[in-house]
Write a protein that binds this ligand. Structure first.
Ligand SMILES: Nc1ncnc2c1ncn2[C@@H]1O[C@H](COP(=O)(O)OP(=O)(O)OP(=O)(O)O)[C@@H](O)[C@H]1O
Ligand SMILES: [Mg+2]
Length: 447
């Protein structure tokens, strides 16, 4: 708007300067005045002509004749050789106005624009034409606009602030709930779960948190179970020992033969306690992530032969047949002691749970990069519902019978852990009344 107005005024001032410079040069003041008055009326502006010293020679308002006008637009032409200039002024503040849009609106101020053009004659500046127009309407609109903008800005800022608050609430709410849950967990409550809502990262975070707390809760439960099972297992032989010892203490006249029998029983219970504690320690050491395998190269077939040799008296005692079929020497790079225990535990179980006169077959074959060991018996078998649990700690199928045979239910869980530590797998196939087959697959790492 301003630029348009300025352009128009500059064109008008230039045109009038050309039209009047001759009249001024020839000092035809009467005609000059008439021309200016006509043009000023047409433009709705005040027109003045100043001489080269800046003194007003003609003024369509007839007020300033003879006075010197020192506005910068005039000085610019007379002193610095510009041919045209334009400026905006607030009248009350004298001549010191320029376009200062940010100036606060002053109701009383009078705004005018000055457009000047040089009057020249024979290549020399002989005066200045000044076209002065009221621009009150324009300034008024400008300031209105400015106020409106301030208002819009404030409204937009307030809206942005509220929106930011709203969204940050939405984003931080699940984080706050997660924080509370973690705090509760820190205080020992492992049953906490957070609601899984929304999508993206926060959803994944909530899901991960829930999975983690489920795992922790499970671990906590199984640890408690383990401790209570272990205590129970340790308590039973202790209770037996206490009864036997009390009998000896309170019956001093007990026959020597009976006393020896009691002491032998106590000795047996101590052996049993020792075995259980040894198994527990093995399991605990296998549990820790820092567990290391003490690898060496050896033949798994040799391990099976040696173990069978160790168990022969048991088989003989029960009149059981123990048959080995070893197709390969299966040279392994593994932990000899741990695999010996695996083979021993499985073969011992097979003999222990198979009736007198039964048979146990041990087969060892090589299949690709794996050694496959199968131990088959024709014993009582394991019910389907128990098969999933026999590798758990302290799990026994027939508790009464196991007690009789002296088992604690740790043997298979030790087997499981040790096979896993070697990167292998162990499984069972069994049908009640038709015997069981345990299969161990172990990778043959050659060092
Ligand atoms: N060959 C098998 N035939 C029938 N049942 C078996 C056989 N092997 C294991 N089981 C069942 O699985 C249970 C778990 O066996 P595991 O070797 O872990 O414990 P255990 O023999 O009772 O005690 P431990 O081996 O610690 O002295 C046994 O109590 C038994 O009921
Ligand atoms: Mg066992």
């Amino acid at each position: 708007m301003f630029d348009d107005r300025e352009r128009q005024e500059r064109i008008a001032a230039d045109r009038l300067a050309v039209e009047t410079e001759n009249l001024f040069a020839q000092a035809r003041m009467e005609e000059l005045h008439q021309h200016l008055t006509a043009a000023g009326g047409e433009l709705g502006s005040r027109l003045m002509v100043l001489d080269e010293s800046g003194k007003v020679q003609a003024d369509t308002f007839l007020q300033l004749n003879g006075t010197r006008l020192t506005i910068p637009e005039v000085v610019g032409i007379l002193a610095t050789g510009k041919t045209a200039d334009y400026g905006v002024h607030m009248l009350d503040e004298g001549t010191n106005g320029s376009r200062r849009f940010w100036q606060p609106y002053n109701e009383d101020a009078q705004w005018v624009s000055y457009c000047t053009a040089a009057l020249s004659h024979g290549g020399k500046v002989i005066g200045v034409l000044v076209l002065s127009s009221p621009i009150q309407d324009m300034m008024q609109r400008l300031f209105d606009l400015q106020n409106q903008m301030v208002m819009y800005f404030l409204i937009a800022a307030a809206a942005a602030f509220l929106l930011a608050m709203f969204f940050s609430r939405i984003i931080t709410k699940p984080i706050a709930s997660l924080t509370r849950s973690i705090q509760r967990m820190g205080h020992g409550d492992l049953s906490v779960r957070v609601p899984v809502k929304g999508s993206g990262e926060l959803r994944r975070l909530s899901e991960t948190f829930n999975t983690m707390s489920e795992k922790l809760e499970m671990l906590d439960k199984s640890r408690n179970q383990f401790v209570s099972n272990a205590s129970h297992e340790l308590k039973t032989p202790l209770a037996t020992m206490k009864i036997l010892l009390e009998s000896i203490i309170y019956q001093p006249e007990m026959e020597a033969e009976m006393r020896t029998e009691f002491l032998t029983d106590i000795n047996k219970e101590i052996d049993r306690l020792n075995l259980i504690i040894g198994d527990l320690l093995t399991l605990v050491s296998m549990d820790s992530k820092t567990m290391r395998l003490n690898r060496s190269t050896f033949s798994l077939a040799q391990v099976v032969t040696d173990t069978a040799h160790r168990l022969e008296p048991v088989a003989e005692k029960n009149n059981q047949e123990l048959k080995l079929s070893l197709n390969d020497r299966c040279e392994m790079y593994a932990d000899n002691a741990k695999l010996t225990q695996v083979v021993y535990n499985l073969m011992e179980n097979a003999l222990k749970y198979t009736q007198e006169g039964g048979s146990v077959r041990v087969r060892l074959v090589r299949s690709g990069h794996d050694a496959v060991l199968t131990i088959t018996d024709n014993g009582p078998g394991i019910p389907k519902e128990d098969q999933a649990h026999i590798f758990e700690r302290f799990y026994r199928v027939d508790k009464a019978r196991s007690r009789e045979t002296g088992g604690t239910g740790l043997g298979l869980s030790i087997v499981h852990q040790m096979v896993l530590a070697h990167g292998g797998s162990v499984s069972v196939e069994s049908e009640e009344g038709h015997g069981s087959t345990f299969t161990v697959e172990l990778p043959i790492h050659q060092g």
